[in-house]
Design a binder for this molecule. Structure first.
Ligand code: AMP
Length: 547
């Protein structure tokens, strides 16, 4: 027997419609590339998002088409989230920090029809556009009177003028909640980046879960500032969670240095912020250096990389700001776990509480997790045994975009599929997960991926190099930085600088290894694969010159 409830699909447009109808006066404040602060209400945001959707439809965008953005956190980007997704197309957010060649590859792989970009990225767009003939329109997100004249980009138009061509009476359509809404590429362990394709249903459920009291505890009393970029896993879902609860949104645009962020926090009464550890280092330095206090900030979600315990302590003990350490990944929309104390932990001594809060935390309803050994057997939750971390849930991917013939899942004895995260973790008796290592071969610097394999492939192409390996080494500012380890060919004369020169122009500059160390031989396993574990052990006391 079926229940007798209304059949209303979970669509992202319903979130913005709700915000406009029930929190119509609540503000979205953005720092713009034009330099000033822009403010409007959810009612106005919803109206412009609908108008944009209508303009997209007039331009021939239809169900399932991809529309890309290369943009900071701002109100126009928010309109694109809802306008593109709400009409049944797919909003594809691209990380501008990637190398132009990689961006062109991603644009072509996703078959994006339109790209909207902040004018900051015009040089990047000029480099990429000739390689992407299938993109029909490049929309510059800037006031029309500030649009640079004489661009070399074919099909370049102005976002505001494009939007003005839409119909303000246009209404959100209803369709299947399993329709795709957003696409995010992540640098995988091997080869090219891979796309995670979210559905309306997964996005709305994730937004609900993120708002829960033991997750972000988001409410209509909050002013939320996502420092985490809207091109990084949809800014952890905040552009959906904020309007869902009726919170004020504060979007920092291109200025994410400590001083600019602090000024925005104070001016807009920000109560809650979210970002990777590196961003907070800049903010804490600014506050400490100028003996400032937060007058409204009461909590922050820190994730994307392990949050240093000293940072948690500084926020809590010096500034009275609760740090919620969180873990997730692009393939999980991204929320998986958050570290928040439970009733029984409140009587624990402060040191034990601190240890719990340093872990990546407890799962939210919607995500199940387990640790397994290399043959897939589940391991005990004792806080000591570590294993490969697997997850499942309605906002976890089943496979990657356009790789539907490959199945990344691992199946248990009941035939349930689990997504292997590539993280290695322990889980304690209370279900608190702690990441201890990574089995995937990537490095995370300032919350962004660096592919060790790509760096190794380039190094090996050097005529003096017999074999090369890249590992991540701890760095106080960036969390990890790449170290290149090289075994030279017999008799070869080569310096570190010679080898590093091969990276020039071939990769994003910030991917270049911080140092080169020479060894007699790179350790290999039985199947000929580089033994990274052995190298990490060998270099455990090594300190980078940049650290
Ligand atoms: P991304 O898809 O870029 O969000 O990266 C996800 C990966 O970042 C995870 O699989 C982890 O390896 C790492 N990560 C995310 N959050 C944390 C955290 N709190 N502590 C340690 N590693 C993390």
């Amino acid at each position: 027997m079926l229940g007798q409830m209304m059949d209303m699909p979970l669509l992202v447009s319903s979130i913005l419609r709700h915000a406009a109808r029930h929190f119509g006066e609540t503000e979205v404040v953005s720092r713009r590339v034009e330099g000033n602060l822009h403010r409007y209400t959810y009612a106005h945001c919803e109206q412009r998002s609908r108008q944009l959707a209508s303009a997209l439809q007039k331009a021939g965008i239809t169900d399932g088409d991809r529309v890309a953005t290369i943009a900071w956190n701002g109100y126009r980007h928010l309109e694109l989230y809802y306008g593109v997704g709400g009409m049944g197309a797919v909003i594809h957010t691209i990380n501008p920090r990637l190398h132009p060649e990689q961006i062109a590859w991603i644009l072509n792989h996703a078959e994006d029809r339109i790209v909207a970009f902040d004018i900051t990225f015009l040089p990047l767009i000029e480099a990429v556009a000739p390689r992407c003939p299938n993109v029909k329109r490049w929309l510059a997100m800037i006031d029309p009177d500030r649009q640079p004249a004489g661009s070399k980009v074919p099909g370049m138009a102005n976002y505001e003028e494009f939007l003005a061509g839409g119909d303000t009476a246009w209404r959100w359509p209803s369709f299947d909640e399993n329709t795709a809404v957003a696409l995010c590429y992540t640098s995988g362990t091997t080869g090219n980046p891979k796309g995670a394709l979210y559905s309306h249903r997964s996005t709305v459920l994730h937004a609900y879960a993120a708002a829960l009291p033991d997750a972000m505890a988001a409410s209509a009393r909050d002013a939320i500032l996502p420092v985490v970029p809207m091109f990084h896993v949809n800014a952890w879902g905040i552009p959906f969670t904020g309007p869902l609860v009726g919170a004020k949104l504060v979007l920092p645009g291109p200025q994410m240095d400590g001083k600019s962020l602090y000024e925005l926090f104070e001016a807009e009464g920000v109560s809650f912020a979210a970002g990777v550890p590196t961003v907070w280092l800049g903010l804490l330095n600014h506050i400490e250096g100028n003996q400032l206090r937060f007058s409204s900030l009461n909590r922050t979600v820190i994730g994307g990389s392990a949050c240093p315990p000293a940072m948690i302590q500084a926020f809590r003990e010096k500034y009275g700001v609760d740090v919620i350490h969180a873990w997730g990944m692009t393939e999980m929309s991204p929320l998986g776990t958050l570290s928040r104390l439970q009733n029984k932990h409140l009587s624990l001594p402060p040191e034990s509480q601190r240890k719990l809060l340093e872990k990546q935390g407890h799962t939210v309803f919607g995500v199940d997790m387990k640790i397994v050994d290399d043959t897939g057997n589940e391991l005990p939750w004792d806080g000591r045994t570590y294993g490969n971390l697997l997850v499942r849930g309605p906002w976890v991917i089943t496979n990657y975009f356009k790789s539907e013939d490959e199945d990344p899942l691992q199946y248990d004895s009941e035939g349930q599929g689990w997504f292997p995260t590539g993280d290695v973790a322990t889980i304690d008796e209370d279900g608190f997960m702690h990441i201890t290592d990574r089995s995937k071969d990537v490095i995370k610097s300032g919350g962004e991926w660096i592919s060790s394999i790509e760096l190794e492939n380039l190094a090996i192409a050097h005529p003096a190099v017999a074999n090369a390996a890249v590992i991540g080494v701890a760095h106080p500012k960036w969390d990890e930085r790449p170290l290149l380890i090289v075994a030279k060919k017999p008799g070869a004369e080569v310096t570190a600088a010679d080898i590093l020169a091969i990276y020039e122009g071939r990769i994003a500059k910030w991917w270049t290894p911080d140092d080169v160390q020479f060894v007699d031989a790179i350790p290999l396993g039985a199947t000929g694969k580089i033994l990274k574990t052995k190298l990490r052990e060998q270099f455990k006391d090594y300190r980078l010159p940049t650290a």
